[in-house]
Design a protein around this ligand. Sequence first.
Ligand code: ZN
Ligand code: ZN
Length: 140
Amino acid sequence: MSDTLVQLKDTLKRNGYSLTTARRTVFEALQSQPPRSMRELATDCLPAINRASLYRTIELFERLDIVHRLHIGWKYKLELSDAFQPHHHHAICTVCGVIVTLPEDEAIERRLAEMATQAEFALHEHQLELRGKCRDCVNG
Ligand SMILES: [Zn+2]
Ligand SMILES: [Zn+2]
């Protein structure tokens, strides 16, 4: 079992849940992927698990902070939280919806931490998303 799967198992156990096949299947579909819509996840996970258990699993994962939502207009995509994958930011194309993962940037992280401290704010997490047009949509 991989380290992140062990971590998932521990998180579930701490909250009174076990690692079922459905939970494992959904988690693995979310790993090392760009953020996925519910529809894309369904494509990956069905028919291995049924739609009802996919929805129940996502609901549980969101409640336990295993997964978070990335809002794109009125739609959203799902991805693993920072506890389960390295912290990163996104650039989202508002025309075609492509999501680009931006490289880690120490200077930005440090500056955000300083800003929080200056505001006397105990920072737990942050999301940073750039919105605009991707290269294809600019040139198209
Ligand atoms: Zn685009
Ligand atoms: Zn950051």
